[in-house]
Design a protein around this ligand. Structure first.
Ligand code: AHM
Ligand code: MG
Length: 341
């Protein structure tokens, strides 16, 4: 029988420096994987259960909450709540951090997550996903406060996501590269299917919500036109692909090569995506796979959050295209505004 590398075995083998003695980190990652399996089951049967549609409430960001958003959020919280190594949790769906019951004083890890990314796609059977990020806490012995979460992305010790698509795929990194595992429903295990993911140098896809063009700054218009309409042979075979689920768009581009952008624009200067729950973890993974991520000015991982729900412009994917966007930003910053209209 060929060797089957399950996620649990993989995590155990890679437990590395974090918990050589305790096994805490291993248990935490395994719990996150378990949570995504349960979410995956709910997503797969969504049309049969009463879990589609809206809850009728709004989250802290003023966005409508879908029933599955809430279910995924509660599931993750419930599973993490029992872990003594997790001190506190920050979720995209919750205004404040939550302390866990088991680890509020002693836990060494802080966990951030977007329980269900791509909410607008839930009810139409399009790929959605869960994104998570883990940081270590400096002190123990007291409850964590929100400021403990407001650290640059370089302080993440692990990040990952699970996408619920044609199959469910769990992708994670602990700083040693990126590996992907497909859920085998017959055994209920994630099995290694995408070892050592590296973003290809080709630009198969670029991904952007083109309906926002009317609000884009000139550098974004010029950049998107350069990729889509220009004569550069590098983009001759590039297609526009936009799912509208960040984690699915980034995942696809990670496998085939490409760049995703959700820039700041005149309507939303800080963009739409959240630094702690979306940009930091995905930037960590994409960098680990040889790519890059910028807000147009600097590296996403270097940005220190000013609040739990801070939004940030995000351009992520192949290093060359990410650097090129930063160059466009730089170039246009030097041009007086009325010269570009
Ligand atoms: P969500 O986390 O509430 O689902 O919102 C974030 C989503 C991203 O997954 C996606 O890239 C983006 O919003 C799509 O936004 P738009 O519909 O404006 O293109
Ligand atoms: Mg999201």
């Amino acid at each position: 029988m060929a060797e089957i590398m399950t996620l649990a075995r993989h995590i155990l083998q890679r437990k590395r420096k974090y918990d050589a003695a305790t096994g805490d980190f291993t248990l935490l990652l395994n719990h996150l994987a378990l949570a995504t399996k349960v979410v995956s089951r709910q997503v797969a049967r969504a049309g049969l259960l009463d879990v589609l549609g809206k809850t009728g409430t709004e989250n802290v960001q003023g966005e409508e909450v879908k029933k599955l958003d809430l279910i995924a959020n509660e599931l993750l919280i419930e599973l993490l709540n029992d872990l003594p190594m997790v001190c506190a949790i920050a979720s995209e769906e919750d205004e404040h951090i939550r302390h866990t019951e088991a680890g509020r004083l002693t836990g060494r890890y802080l966990v951030c997550f977007d329980p269900l990314d791509g909410s607008s796609n839930i009810d139409v059977n399009i790929t959605i996903g869960t994104i998570f990020s883990i940081r270590r806490r400096a002190d123990t012995g007291c409850e964590a406060v929100a400021e403990d979460f407001l650290k640059p992305g370089t302080e993440q010790v692990a990040a990952g996501y699970c996408i619920y698509g044609s199959s469910s795929l769990f992708v994670y990194s602990t700083g040693d590269g990126v590996d992907g595992f497909t859920l085998d429903p017959s055994v209920g295990e994630f099995v290694l299917s995408h070892p050592g993911i590296r973003i290809p140098d080709e630009v198969a896809c670029f991904s952007v919500n083109a309906a926002n063009r009317r609000n884009w700054y000139p550098e974004t218009v010029a950049y998107v036109d350069h990729l889509g309409l220009g004569s550069d042979v590098r983009y001759k075979k590039t297609s526009l692909r936009y799912v509208g689920t960040l984690v699915a768009d980034v995942h696809r581009n990670l496998l085939v090569g490409g760049v995703f952008l959700y820039p700041g624009d005149r309507k939303a200067p800080h963009g739409k995506l959240r630094l702690l729950y979306e940009a930091h973890p995905l930037a960590y993974l994409v960098e680990q796979a040889g790519g890059a991520a910028t807000d147009g000015v600097g590296r996403i991982l270097d940005i220190v959050p000013t609040g739990l729900h801070m939004r940030v412009p995000l351009v992520i994917g192949n290093r060359r295209e990410v650097d090129l966007y930063a160059e466009f930003t730089h170039r246009y910053a030097a041009i007086p505004p009325d010269a570009t209209t």
